[in-house]
Write a protein that binds this ligand. Sequence first.
Ligand SMILES: [Zn+2]
Length: 177
Amino acid sequence: MKVYCKDCQKKLPLDATTCKCGASVDPYAVLGEDEVRPFIQKLHKKTNDLRHLLSHCLSFLVIGLILLVIAFFFYYLAFGTETIDGEKVAVLNTKCSEFWVSMVALIAGGAAFLGGSITGIIVAYNKRQILFDIDQIRETRSLACKPVDIIFVVWAKALGAKIRHWIWLAKMKKEVK
Ligand SMILES: [Zn+2]
């Protein structure tokens, strides 16, 4: 669990007593209705900023994908044919400029793709956490918040519930027969 600083919305460990901004922190304090609303508004603004960041990550992903396609295209162009023992064979020419273009595009595209996806996952997770925190703060009026489940855990739980339901249905059908 973590607790928000009331003044700067920074998240701190539950045992923190003061924030870096100088405000005192109390995970057991209960906020008044007039305090909850402005605080949640600030958190909503944070999720908006994260949404913009997420769209930048998406642009990086697209640029990365385009560069990767270019890389594969130039890699293909780097092949030439050679005659070995009277048979024509496709040979990769690592000295031609097409090969080097493909390598540069591969590295740049790979970096943009990986960077975009990893940053995107982190940002999306943070955004989910803040939205989850908003619900918690509304409900408990406390600034102490539980961590949100990782999306795979959510999916696994949903799948588990479905499977249990199917098993139950199958049992019921047997009993009816
Ligand atoms: Zn603070």
